[in-house]
Design a protein around this ligand. Structure first.
Ligand code: ADP
Ligand code: ASP
Ligand code: MG
Length: 814
């Protein structure tokens, strides 16, 4: 049986890879006659073009590139043919001398026409095919090198020549009448009827193999490369991409036209005409199944088969009220572009908007806009049409699949995934056949867009969350260790892939795109770059990852001021810091709207009661249509600790001092004792109930005396506490006399909030509140008599960290 195999440049880029190629050839030649098409070694074609361009620019560095190419090939020969390499060395010496002469010619005459370019690039395949033939001979395979330039006949469209199939097929069928055990042929190269060197277009070795396979009507065509088939997306950009088992010719065509470089688009036609299935296989993992392209792919293939990206796109937009009235508008436009050989990749027209948009390769952009402005010069002068608008640095992303038309909502799903991840779509096209839905987006968004779409269409179950933490004190450290401990569980049980990509303290910041190793985050951070608030945001923007979450565990006003910018970039914000939510109402409500408008979350559960689900409970009541009539709460762990320990035999001053020492109060205990902290918390709850109030609107019935409040330093404050001991004792005595406990209570009734010290009687739920516990009672229309009560530890690093963790999970559930 005759087999046609093609090995790409990636399969030949090192002697190690070529040994894999040989293993495959040895295997195949045991029972078959093998026709083996090879590309140039590695990136030789790119290097040849570079050398040519340097020579053209009179830059002598072309010689360095030439020498690199030469050395690379001689090194391969030394590695692969240890003895008897005179013949191949002579061949190479000869070829490289011709190549050098050609480059010198370009250098001297300052010209690199497409015709010369084809002569230049042909060297890559001509040389590689000879090396592979010699290597095969050494391993005992009866081999011959066949020059495909003598078989494949084209027109003279240099660099992208069109095949004359009548002549070509005759040549191939004639030559391979009695094939050798192994025939090695250079891909990509051909000759015109006039005998000039031509080539079949970049990536064209695949095409050579397909032309041979079709002419000889073989059973199948095998394309061997460095990946295990055509993947659901470019595996270099989407880690989760998987090889696609089977594809129809049409799907493969769409995928390759729209950027799946693994297969050169014209390859498919000869195979399709002759109904020859194409296998894409991995040279380095020959046992992998690979992708099979055939007429009817397996029914199991999904409705969306793959996602591709095509970079270096320019968008030309033509707009004007007069478009409809311009006779033969589209005809004139496309004819002019076609006559300049400009390939139009993408078209959208919205007649109601009187505009048309076309996507072309960036290299054609300037020429195309000049041509268009010229042909519509008259209409532009008459203001029927605006001059063409040119935008660059764009890419096309496309969803491809034969069966998409049978499934509703595919494009809805596509654009909502892009929108959610803040990928701005510049233009959309969907053919009537619905095998392809494409969108033009900014080049910088490609990776994020591909990954978001891949997640939605192929990974339905796993969600990637990318976390960036600023402030790694007590709470931050607990959070990092909780995340480390839970990562596996989240992945396996909740299908959440949670990784911390950035951490920062006030001095340093550290990032790792693949997720920071949480065992060593501290040492990495110590050696990280100098921290800056803008730098942290910039880096997150640069990563441009979907589902990015910024977590603020500082008490800094400057950090809180950054939230708006995060949200505007669709980065969710989780705040432990209370400043933003208790700042001016306008700021709070602006942050809430930004979160909605930019599809991000803004969460701050830990602002009230640390890890207790207080805000969540409130949000759920409000969202389900209940109305809160009143909230009563003890929200300060610090004040609770102080009043629980204050007895007739202790001194108020000493109790406060102890609380400060134990870390149960802020370093400046006045913040807790003045009631400001509690006021902020009830303010946040009131706002979440829907009341538009500010901190000044909250009545703060301070229990401290004027003397206490007017102190300038913490030290002074403590000495006034001593002086006022009889007053504090009197507060306590009154409570005891009434069989009550002292508690600092926050209340909200019909939008009016106040905080103050209260005597709590024995039968009240607040009476038995231990240690640092918090308690909140929600009265609502649905809970008028028996309130919902949330109670538990309301302070501490571990519980606060776990509150932040719940907010992270909440972002993922959104
Ligand atoms: P060869 O040298 O074998 O011709 P190419 O470099 O032309 O190989 O094509 C293989 C490369 O195509 C892969 O390494 C991968 O980076 C790229 N590629 C882009 N999109 C896809 C896709 N959807 N599936 C597989 N590979 C892809
Ligand atoms: N060597 C040529 C190129 O790099 C053809 C190929 O590799 O298929 O474009
Ligand atoms: Mg290729």
């Amino acid at each position: 049986m005759v087999k046609v195999l093609k090995f790409g440049g990636s399969s030949l880029k090192s002697s190690k890879n070529i040994k894999y190629v040989l293993d495959i050839l040895e295997q195949y030649t045991l029972n078959n006659k093998v026709i083996c098409v090879v590309s140039a070694v590695g990136d030789t074609t790119d290097q040849l073009i570079d050398a040519g361009k340097l020579a053209l620019k009179k830059n002598e560095a072309y010689l360095d590139t030439f020498n690199d190419i030469k050395k690379k090939h001689f090194d391969l020969v030394v590695d692969l043919i240890p003895q008897d390499h005179d013949e191949i060395n002579l061949f190479l010496t000869n070829k490289f001398s011709n190549l050098k002469t050609l480059l010198e010619g370009i250098y001297l005459i300052n010209e690199l026409t497409p015709k010369t370019l084809d002569k230049l690039t042909s060297f890559g395949e001509i040389i590689s095919s000879h090396i592979i033939t010699e290597v095969a001979k050494i391993s005992g395979i009866e081999s011959v090198c066949v020059n495909s330039q003598e078989l494949i006949v084209t027109n003279s469209k240099f660099t992208n020549a069109e095949v004359n199939y009548d002549l070509t097929n005759k040549n191939i069928q004639g030559y391979f009448n009695t094939p050798q055990q192994l025939s090695v042929l250079p891909g990509f190269v051909s000759k015109s009827q006039q005998g000039e060197n031509t080539t079949l277009g970049r990536g064209g070795s695949d095409f050579t193999a397909s032309i041979l396979a079709a002419a000889l009507k073989v059973k199948q065509l095998e394309i061997w490369t460095d990946v295990s088939g055509i993947y659901t997306a470019n595996p270099k950009l989407v880690k989760q991409a998987q090889p696609i088992d089977t594809l129809s010719y049409q799907e493969a065509m769409e995928l390759s036209h729209f950027g799946a470089k693994v297969l050169y688009p014209p390859t498919i036609l000869p195979a399709l005409d002759a109904e020859i299935p194409i296998y894409i296989k991995n040279t380095l993992h020959p046992k992998d199944q690979g992708t099979l392209i055939k007429l009817q792919p397996d029914a199991s293939s999904g409705r969306v088969s793959g996602i591709t990206n095509l970079d270096h796109i320019a968008l030309l937009s033509l707009e004007g009220n007069g478009i409809i009235g311009i006779p033969g508008f589209s005809k004139r436009l496309f004819e002019a572009l076609a006559s300049a050989e400009i390939n139009v990749i993408f078209i959208t027209q919205a007649s109601s908007e009187h505009s048309i948009c076309i996507g072309i390769s960036e290299t054609d952009a300037e020429l195309a806009s000049e041509i268009i402005d010229n042909i519509f010069e008259y209409e532009i002068a008459k203001r029927k049409l605006k001059p063409v608008i040119l935008e660059k640095n764009l890419s096309i992303i496309a969803l491809v699949g034969d069966n998409m038309k049978n499934h509703q909502g595919t494009s809805g799903k596509m654009f909502s995934a892009l929108g959610k991840n803040n990928v701005n779509v510049r233009a959309i096209a969907q053919g009537a056949s619905e095998k392809n839905i494409s969108a033009v987006i900014s080049k910088t968004d490609v990776k994020k867009a591909l990954n978001s779409l891949h997640e939605v269409f192929f990974e339905v179950n796993t969600k990637q969350l990318n976390v960036f933490i600023t402030g790694v004190g007590n709470v931050g450290q607990r959070l990092l260790s909780q995340i480390q401990q839970q990562q596996e569980f989240l992945k396996n049980e909740l299908r959440i892939n949670l990784r911390v990509m950035g951490v920062s303290n006030s001095k340093r910041m550290f990032f790792d795109e693949n997720g920071i190793d949480l065992q060593h985050w501290q040492s990495n951070l110590n050696n990280g770059q100098t921290a800056s608030l803008d730098g942290f945001l910039d880096k997150i923007k640069q990563f441009n990852k979907r589902n990015s979450i910024f977590i603020d565990i500082t008490a800094s006003e400057d950090v809180a001021k950054m939230y708006a910018q995060y949200l505007k970039n669709s980065i969710s914000v989780i705040a432990c810091n209370k400043i933003a939510c208790s700042s001016d109402y306008k700021n709070y409500s602006q942050l809430k709207s930004l979160a909605i408008n930019y599809n991000a979350s803004f969460l701050f559960e830990t602002n009230v009661g640390a890890g207790l689900p207080i805000i969540e409970t409130l949000n759920n009541l409000v969202a389900s249509g209940d109305k809160i009539t009143s909230i009563q709460a003890v929200l300060s762990g610090s004040l609770n600790f102080v009043f629980n320990n204050f007895t007739t035999s202790s001194k108020f001053h000493d109790v406060v001092k102890d609380a400060q020492k134990e870390g149960f109060t802020e370093p400046d205990p006045r913040i807790d004792l003045s009631g400001v902290d509690v006021a902020r918390k009830i303010l946040i709850l009131a706002r979440e109930c829907g009341y538009k109030i500010n901190l000044e609107d909250i009545k703060n019935e301070a229990f401290l005396t004027n003397k206490n409040l007017k102190t300038d330093s913490v030290e002074d404050f403590f000495s006034t506490l001593k002086e006022e001991e009889p007053y504090f004792q009197s507060l306590l005595h009154s409570a005891l006399k009434n069989d009550s406990q002292l508690k600092y209570v926050a209340e909200l009734t019909n939008g009016n909030a106040k905080v103050g010290l209260r005597e709590i009687p024995k039968d009240h739920p607040f009476y038995n509140l231990d240690g640092k516990d918090n308690i909140v009672m929600f009265y609502s229309y649905r809970y008028p008599k028996q309130p919902i009560i949330v109670k538990g530890a309301g302070a501490g690093a571990d519980v606060t960290a776990s509150g932040l963790f719940s907010d992270i999970i909440r972002v993922s559930n959104k």
